[in-house]
Design a protein around this ligand. Structure first.
Ligand SMILES: *Cc1c(COP(=O)(O)O)cnc(C)c1O
Length: 380
């Protein structure tokens, strides 16, 4: 059988080994070590943020970011229902209730206008408002943030961007032109899990322009320990700090990120070119957005076999694909959660599959994916 083509695997072709070896040689393997702060500094510079706090996962970053943004017990966090579950779990870790917002067709992201209408309606009726808004830049496409920034201005609701899938994505129009995802809200969170655009094995980053928020976030990631050698802790903290090993890997990967972003865009462009004519829909591309093209995904259209069949058929021919997420409002822990609609999120799940998108994807392998899909879905 032909070689297996995985969905998305990391690519190490820079200074990874050298930087990791340095950790071993200097004995800096855990969280104390120079690479953690260097990675924070370099990362902040890359995305255009003032401060960065390195964590041991994207989930940890979201938990801490929501907490310092004010998500507490009994409050509500407005978040996309169509997302990887970690976005929603972060609200639950803060004992907040998620308000699960449906997606819009234009971007597949949280429907900002719908949330805007709901919040203004509630404000007029004197009802409680969400404590935090957590937009998720799904699959690397930026969220339409303008309506959320209006809400922030009118009602003071902080924004925590979940940019786990969107490192390197930017806006290219109006007030946000040139700005990177994650740097526009009060706080932004990234993930360096093995399947993300750069990886540290496991890791995450919080960025913010607010020094006090950065300080509070960092404090919580190190067990909220007060300075000094005594074990004095001023609140319930967490062991969430990134290790020097992970940060070293991250520094090497960050050097490659510009190339990775180009590779991802080329992969997406080639899929669009090669699959045009098939009864499928391509991922959205708003005129004001430069996405990170993290994981190229399509929606099967009318006349296509069911998603399960397509995924099985691809697997039988050595190609990994994956359904898009089951929305959070259909997941056991959140069946009773408040929500705003959900039909679009459900349709994305029913019709959507992701295709191999590794930055190191061999062009010949990509052609094999394209030809196989043409065979399964009918040649144009
Ligand atoms: C990957 C991901 C996370 C969580 O990151 P981890 O590093 O795996 O904890 C959060 N949100 C979204 C949207 C993600 O894709």
């Amino acid at each position: 059988m032909a070689d297996w083509i995985p969905l998305t695997v990391p690519c190490f072709r820079g200074n990874e080994s050298a930087y990791l070896q340095e950790c071993l040689d200097t004995n800096f393997v855990s969280s104390s070590g120079p690479a953690v702060e260097e990675f924070e500094k370099e990362f902040a510079e890359f995305v255009g943020a003032k401060f960065a706090v390195a964590c041991n996962s994207g989930s940890a970053a979201l938990h801490i970011a929501l907490r310092v943004a004010g998500a507490n017990a009994g409050l509500e966090v407005a978040v996309s229902s169509f997302t990887f579950i970690a976005s929603v779990n972060a609200a639950a870790y803060c004992q907040s209730s998620p308000l699960l917002v449906d997606s819009e067709w234009e971007t597949w992201n949280l429907d900002s206008n719908r949330l805007y209408d709901e919040v203004t309606r509630r404000a007029k009726a004197g009802k409680p408002l969400p404590a935090v808004i957590e937009p998720v830049h799904i699959l690397g496409h930026p969220v339409d943030l303008e309506p959320l920034l209006d809400l922030r201005q009118k009602f003071g609701i902080p924004i925590v961007e979940d940019a786990a899938e969107a490192l390197g994505a930017t806006y290219n129009a109006d007030a946000l032109a040139g700005k990177g995802v994650g740097t526009i809200g009060d706080l932004g969170c990234f993930s360096f899990n093995g399947n993300k655009i750069i990886t540290t094995g496991g890791g995450g980053m919080i960025v913010t322009g607010d020094k006090a928020l950065a300080r509070r976030a960092r404090h919580l990631t190190v067990q909220a320990k007060s300075p000094g050698i005594e074990y004095v802790h001023d609140q319930v903290g967490y062991n969430y700090r990134m290790t020097n090993l992970a940060a070293s890997l991250g520094r090497a990967q960050l050097e490659l990120l510009p190339d990775f972003l180009v590779a991802k865009r080329k992969i997406a462009d080639r899929y669009v070119e090669g699959l045009t004519g098939l009864p499928i829909e391509f991922p959205p591309l708003a005129p004001w957005a430069n996405p990170s093209n993290w994981l190229f995904s399509v929606l099967l259209g009318e006349g296509c076999p069911p998603k399960e069949f397509v995924v099985d058929e691809l697997r039988a021919r050595g190609i990994e694909s994956r359904p898009l997420w089951l929305p959070a409002h259909l997941q056991s822990p959140y069946l009773g959660a408040n929500r705003l609609g959900g039909d679009v999120a459900e349709a994305l799940h029913v019709r959507g599959i992701s295709l191999p998108s590794s930055v190191g994807l061999d062009p010949a392998d990509q052609e094999r994916v394209i030809e196989t899909l043409q065979e399964i879905l009918g040649r144009p």
